[in-house]
Write a protein that binds this ligand. Structure first.
Ligand SMILES: Nc1ncnc2c1ncn2[C@@H]1O[C@H](COP(=O)(O)OP(=O)(O)OP(=O)(O)O)[C@@H](O)[C@H]1O
Ligand SMILES: [Mg+2]
Length: 389
């Protein structure tokens, strides 16, 4: 699938980050959430970062989940170390080519690339500041899967360091450090900013718009070019099919491939057969998704089910052990439920192979994947809640 650019959205976010949009709040950081597989990382890397670069900003990208075994603060430090190597020209090149990880020119620069953000090494702020002064451009640090930092104390501390760096690098007219944080669930991401004890308190999470009808139209145009017999394909069918897969490009691509196979490609592709197959396949994909969630839910213990439902219904207001929650579980199970059992259920949900529940290091919970919320909302709207075996 060729990249479908979203230049207008990239310009809108870049304007906000540069403080050109009054009251956007993005000068303090841009927090964007979107469902899994909807194209967040692609947008950040291929649309927003190039737009910022065109505007004379140095964009840096850190994916905190790229390597799950790596601590979030190490992932951040490595990105900064690489930026130092890439951007400090001759000085850094000389030292790094010589295999030296400590760059030290008295009074000018002193960086131990292996110790960024660690005791005895430069803080994230100090290294960002050195880098910014050397490149003489504002820096935009894009942190993908930022919520992952909140699952450990040291990751949480790294977020506080970034907040401090942002504040210290503010200028009278804007900022020399722009922060963009993204994640696949707004409840999780919002834990970076929803209380006085959160590093980015005062900012807000925005939903990243999903790819729209123009994406479906562009795929249709590619199909028509590749398979001339499909020239009669209707845009409305492609758009509906894209909706059925939750506007998630990879699932749309799979459905197109399957529909091509089902309609005689590559020898002779029948447009009517393709349309029928595409709609059927994408509808089944949505049903399959829901059936998958239902199967997982039905296999849970009854208290685990009750706790999960409470979390889905309460969202960020979920307090697992408060009296109304305990009363809710009791009502669901027709039995008295103690906090120890609730803790056990929560642990089981977190350790479940489908990763149903996420917990921050401060003890806040969220469903791991926003898809669970959509599944629950669909069943409720269709009077099919609770699901039966
Ligand atoms: N604008 C786009 N144009 C073409 N293909 C896209 C676009 N956006 C996403 N895709 C396709 O969808 C896939 C998923 O995109 P991406 O990894 O950006 O999603 P994501 O929301 O970051 O997913 P995750 O929640 O798993 O991190 C990409 O590998 C690519 O194949
Ligand atoms: Mg991603």
């Amino acid at each position: 699938m060729t990249h479908h650019a979203r230049p207008a959205l990239a310009r809108q976010y870049a304007d906000a980050l540069q403080g050109k949009t009054p009251f956007s709040g993005a000068g303090d950081g841009l927090f964007v959430a979107g469902e899994r597989r909807t194209g967040k990382s692609r947008f950040l890397r291929f649309d927003l970062m190039p737009e910022l670069k065109r505007r004379g900003v140095l964009p840096l990208y850190a994916d905190l989940l790229h390597d799950k075994a790596k601590a979030p603060e190490d992932a951040l430090a490595e990105v900064l170390a690489q930026a130092v190597r890439d951007n400090l020209g001759g000085i850094a090149k000389f030292f790094t080519e010589a295999g030296v990880e400590k760059i030290s020119l008295p009074g000018i620069l002193a960086i131990d690339l292996k110790a960024i953000g660690k005791t005895g090494g430069l803080s994230l702020y100090q290294v960002l500041d050195v880098l910014q002064k050397q490149v003489k451009k504002p820096i935009a640090l894009v942190v993908d899967e930022a919520q992952h930092a909140l699952t450990s104390e040291s990751g949480d501390a790294a977020m506080w360091s970034l907040k401090s760096a942002r504040d210290q690098m503010k200028t009278a007219t804007g900022s020399n450090l722009m922060l963009v944080m993204s994640g696949s669930h707004s409840d999780k991401l919002s834990m970076l900013l929803n209380s006085k004890t959160a590093p980015f308190w005062g900012s807000v999470v925005q939903q990243l718009p999903t790819l729209g009808d123009d994406f479906a139209d562009a795929q249709l145009a590619e199909l028509r070019t590749a398979y001339p017999t499909l020239s009669a394909l209707r845009g409305s069918v492609a758009r509906n099919a894209f909706d059925h897969v939750g506007r998630r490009p990879p699932f749309f691509e799979i459905a197109i491939k399957e529909a091509l196979a089902a309609s005689g490609a590559p020898a002779h592709c029948d447009a009517a057969a393709f349309e029928k197959a595409l709609l059927e396949i994408t509808q089944q994909s949505a049903q399959r998704d829901r059936a998958g969630y239902t199967a997982v839910y039905l296999a849970l213990e009854s208290l685990e089910q009750a706790v999960l439902v409470r979390l889905i219904e309460q969202g960020p207001a979920f307090r697992p052990f408060d009296a109304p929650s305990l009363a809710f579980y009791g009502q669901q199970l027709s039995d008295k439920v103690g906090t120890g059992a609730v803790q056990k259920a929560l642990d089981a949900l977190r350790e479940h192979s489908e990763q149903l529940v996420w917990k921050s290091q401060r003890g806040h919970y969220a469903v791991y994947d926003q898809g669970l919320l959509a599944w629950h909302a669909f069943l409720v709207a269709n009077m099919a809640w609770p699901p039966k075996g």
